[in-house]
Design a protein. Structure first.
Length: 150
């Protein structure tokens, strides 16, 4: 990956709706070169998705909760089962397996406290391998940058 690839990635992480001509102007290259390089970055798996970020409030998902989860047993099959369940839970927007006191950190987006209560009752309390969890209701989203520094 060279400097032009990095400039392309930086530009696309700010706005992935630029035409190839606009992108070429931003990064100082030709439109054809940008198209070739982007196709190469996509096929190599460097670019994993082209998405639109949506304001959670527009979909009435204004409550964001960060949840740390500690499992009871750390057998591979049980860990894999927990990962599968969290991937399937539409309320979970992010799930990280972590080191330290917790085994997982979840970011949960729901309508309100009642919806979060339903989430914990149906997704956490019903899982026999969840030893305990702690939730932190967010008050203000101070920074949200889904970009990777290049």
């Amino acid at each position: 990956m060279d400097d032009l690839d990095r400039r392309l990635l930086a530009a696309l992480q700010k706005n992935n709706r630029l035409s190839f001509a606009e992108l070429a102007t931003v990064v100082g290259s030709s439109a054809a070169s940008c198209m070739r390089r982007l196709n190469k970055l996509r096929s190599a798996g460097v670019i994993v998705a082209d998405i639109s970020l949506v304001d959670p409030r527009a979909l009435n998902k204004s409550l964001t909760v960060v949840v740390t989860v500690q499992l009871d047993r750390e057998r591979l099959d049980l860990v894999d089962d927990f990962k599968r369940r969290m991937r399937a839970a539409e309320e979970v927007t992010q799930c990280y397996m972590v080191t330290g006191e917790a085994d997982f950190v979840l970011v949960v987006a729901v309508e309100d406290v009642d919806a979060f209560d339903v989430f914990i009752k149906t997704k956490l309390y019903t899982n026999p391998n969840v030893r305990k969890f702690h939730s932190m209701i967010t008050l203000d989203r101070v920074k949200f940058e889904p970009r990777i520094p290049v």
